[in-house]
Design a protein around this ligand. Sequence first.
Ligand code: HEC
Length: 172
Amino acid sequence: MSIRIARIAVLAALSLAGAAGAASAQTPPPAPPAPPAPPANAPVPYVMGMGDLMNTLIQPRHTKLGLAGKAENWPLANYALSQLRQGFAGIAKAVPKFRGMPVGDLVDLALTQPLNAVEAAVKQQDAQKFAAAYDQLSQGCNACHMELDHPYVVIKTPDASAFPDQEFKPQR
Ligand code: HEC
């Protein structure tokens, strides 16, 4: 009789302890209040993808670099070149990977050498060297387009200005 009571007491103590342990393990910290749901028509920030960045940051600067170099406007070419470099630096941060491929590494591989060749031609104010280096640069663009499954995006030296409101001839 007294043995049975003792067993029941032990069992009760164990199950209480178990319940307390389980309860303390399962009690989540109080949840922070949920933010109010945005209204259905709230504006959603637009995140620029690779195609957007190419069209807005890269293509116009590549074009302007070509037009400035053709016009032998070396200060403007130098400026367009640094803008183009900044554009790619920003893209490598904004889109670190495209279809699993490291964008920054691909930019370095495809463009570092031709960009440096363009820079040298601009410094030397050498129109012929510029034309050759600029063509090399465009081939670098295309190499990356091939690598990333966009072989139909073919970049070339501009044959006309896309900017009728900008002067590319050097101004004294
Ligand atoms: C890191 C690789 C890479 C390099 C380097 C690169 N591109 Fe691209 N580019 C892409 C990819 C990938 C796309 C397609 C993006 C998409 O559709 O989401 C693209 C798309 C474009 C487009 C959009 C085409 C269209 O018709 O809308 C243009 C223009 C473009 N690139 C220009 C250039 C130029 C000019 C250069 C060189 C100065 C260059 N790209 C260098 C990867 C690259």
